[in-house]
Ligand binder design. Sequence first.
Ligand code: C5P
Length: 231
Amino acid sequence: MKDKPYNSMNIPIITIDGPSGSGKGTISKEVANILGWKILDSGSLYRITAFAVRKYNLNINNEVDVKTMLSSLNINFDISCNGEQLIFLNQENITSLVRDEKCGIDASIVARYPSVRGELISLQRSFIETPGLVADGRDMGTVVFPEAGLKIFLTASLEERAKRRHKQLKELGINVSLTAVSRDISIRDKQDQEREHAPLVPASDACIIDSSKMSIKEVSEEIIKLHKYSD
Ligand code: C5P
């Protein structure tokens, strides 16, 4: 069955997919800033779902219960005065509560459920807005925005990704060892790559960038260059 048209105004979209800690979030913000475009951090939707499962004491292994709860949630986003994305669940600011690795691992469990993924599709597509959208996640180029004008698959070595995530968590005041971070992101990557629905794989038309030895500036410039060529 063909998807309903979701981008009838042909608003430009850049998708940035990749494993945990590959720098998608940082690079998406940088690219969106340069272009003056909007951002979709799709991982936050799975994190909110996982957070709500915990908050409402549901069984994370029960897909029907998780999906029913998700349909009833009131999710909102805002931007703080320093430009950071704020996440609200039923009016409560939960921005800092969804960032730890436990929430990431739980997000990766609820992300296996096709009904949860299906429920989040239209919400993700509602982020399309002029003058353009940079969408980061795992299935942005393969499932959610298959017609995106530019698809990036951003990767880096496990060692480098663990170091980056560890630094990020430290900055958020979350104290965990580098070894624990490395273990957690390996678990998550395995779950994300091996799931049946919308697994983490590069789209067939994605440009693959290994950022292990590249700075944020170099990766962003590369993406902007590719965007100019794809116009
Ligand atoms: O990107 P982030 O680390 O916040 O994502 C948390 C989890 O949400 C991922 O490990 C993945 O399981 C899930 N996810 C997904 N599809 C997306 C974005 C995130 O399955 N588009």
